[in-house]
Design a protein around this ligand. Structure first.
Ligand code: PLP
Length: 453
């Protein structure tokens, strides 16, 4: 079955052009096949448009904020324009700051370093480790996994109501889960946070590639995202939002670019006047190509139109979910239930299979790239797999302690560049593997499950 049936508007038939669409990979069973990249949640392929923009700019590349030469000025303009483009893409408030970082992880660590003294942090245990772990010096309350969006809001409300009424507080929440793909009630959580005098940061690493994100509309204080999940794999990320905490914090990195004026004191030390702008947290030579690529991706997605992108992706989600539902041995992992709105990220386990073995067979025998493991969200995946019988298989689950259950899952994820053939091949491969078993034998080598041949 194809996405492009008569019942579907032609506009959603075409994936956005991405690099790698014509790459073939060898099959361990013989021959070659076009690679089906179904691990977008880890890193999405580069949009062709992003690649072309970067290639067109590359000859004009120059140092940012430094040089008097023409190309330095051009690069500085492109860098600052990229900041404005990202602010527009995220629908930021006029006085928000857009800080270029390396990734979502970097963005959240930057915010963690900028928390006012004594700030309390509230975070659901279901978060990606990038949201769960950076708050080491803050007082952190880990909230239990909710089983519905409404319970999430209620859990947060109770936790915030119980906190001491003075001092600052921050809630950190994901927009779309990197395990279940489920959307979180961000607007409601933001309203709850604000009603209790707390601020909120949105981890949009998995949301922004799939849905429009409006800082204003969601009323979040900050948003963090990664370029490499947004079709711009050039090592950039963003932290965008309220300027005050960022302005008052020590620079994330100390060095050139962040400092406005440095003077030698009579006692031999130095005095530093730091910038108040985003530059305060961007010390060192910035990643201008990364910022430019990220802005190019923002433009490309905006021009393609999220209505169209979402419609197409929802169709693909429906195909994958329907295909998996036809295989009784497959259990899709979900926190909020079948009807929850979601993005193209689906994790599952297959009865009788070690997930590493299953993912390895999808790769070696079908040329399909998915991911297996705990997806840097260990508490969430363990909660979702709780009570799962130990799965037999030749491959030991990577990281599983002796005697521990095989607590890992398979994740398939896709997006704007995914042709429907990839999801059709995936669904057919799952059906075939469960019905007929793997064609090859597999073993664990260097912690990875690989064909024994
Ligand atoms: N947040 C979520 C929800 C993620 O899925 C990821 C990565 O998978 C991250 C944060 C961290 O992103 P990065 O590795 O780009 O820092």
């Amino acid at each position: 079955m194809s996405v492009c049936t008569a019942a579907v508007a032609p506009a959603i038939c075409a994936p956005l052009p991405v690099l790698g669409g014509d790459v073939t990979v060898p099959l361990a069973t013989g021959g070659e096949v076009a690679y089906a990249a179904l691990d977008y949640a880890a890193s999405a392929p580069a949009l062709r448009r992003v690649w072309d923009d970067v290639a067109a700019y590359a000859p004009y590349y120059g140092s940012v904020h430094r040089g008097a030469g023409h190309l330095s000025q051009l690069s500085t303009d492109l860098f600052e324009n990229a900041r404005r483009t990202v602010a527009g893409f995220l629908d930021c408030r006029a006085d928000d700051q857009v800080v270029f970082t390396r990734s979502t992880t970097d963005s959240l660590n930057l915010l963690a370093a900028a928390l006012p003294a004594g700030c309390q942090v509230f975070v659901f245990e279901t978060e990606h480790h990038a949201s769960l772990l950076p708050w080491r010096d803050a007082r952190v309350t880990f909230l239990d996994a909710p089983r519905s969006p409404r319970q999430a809001v209620e859990t947060l409300r109770r936790a915030l109501a119980a906190r001491a009424p003075h001092g600052s507080a921050l809630v950190c929440v994901t927009g779309a889960s990197n395990v279940t793909g489920e959307l979180w009630p961000v607007r409601e959580l933001a309203a709850t946070a604000h009603a209790h005098g707390a601020r909120i940061v949105l981890d949009a690493a998995q949301l922004a590639p799939h849905h429009p994100v409006s800082v204003r509309d969601l009323d979040v204080d900050w948003v963090a995202l990664s370029g490499h999940k947004l079709y711009a794999p050039f090592g950039s990320g963003v932290l965008a939002g309220r300027a005050d905490w960022l302005r008052e914090a020590e620079p994330y990195l100390a060095g050139g670019g962040a400092s406005r004026r440095v003077t030698r004191r009579a006692d031999g030390g130095v005095d530093v006047e730091w910038h108040d702008s985003a530059a305060r947290h961007e010390a060192g030579s910035p990643n201008v190509i990364g910022a430019y690529a990220l802005a190019s991706a923002c433009e490309a997605l905006t021009e393609a139109g999220f209505d169209t992108l979402v419609a197409r992706e929802q169709y693909l989600i429906g195909r994958v979910r329907a295909g998996l539902a036809e295989v009784p041995e497959v259990r899709v992992l979900s926190l909020f239930g079948d009807d929850a709105p979601r993005v193209g990220v689906i994790s599952f386990v297959v009865e009788g299979w070690n997930s590493s073995h299953f993912a390895a067979a999808l790769s070696a025998e079908y040329g399909i790239g998915v991911r297996d493991g705990l997806f840097c969200a260990h508490p969430l995946v363990r909660t979702l797999l709780g009570g799962e019988p130990r799965t037999p298989g030749e491959c030991a689950a990577p990281g599983a302690a002796p005697g521990e259950r095989s607590l890992n899952a398979v994740r398939v994820s896709f997006g704007a560049g995914t042709p429907d053939e990839h999801v059709e091949r995936f669904v057919g491969a799952v059906r075939e593997l469960v019905r007929d078993g793997a064609k090859l034998r597999y073993r664990t080598r260097d912690g990875r499950c690989v064909p024994a041949v």
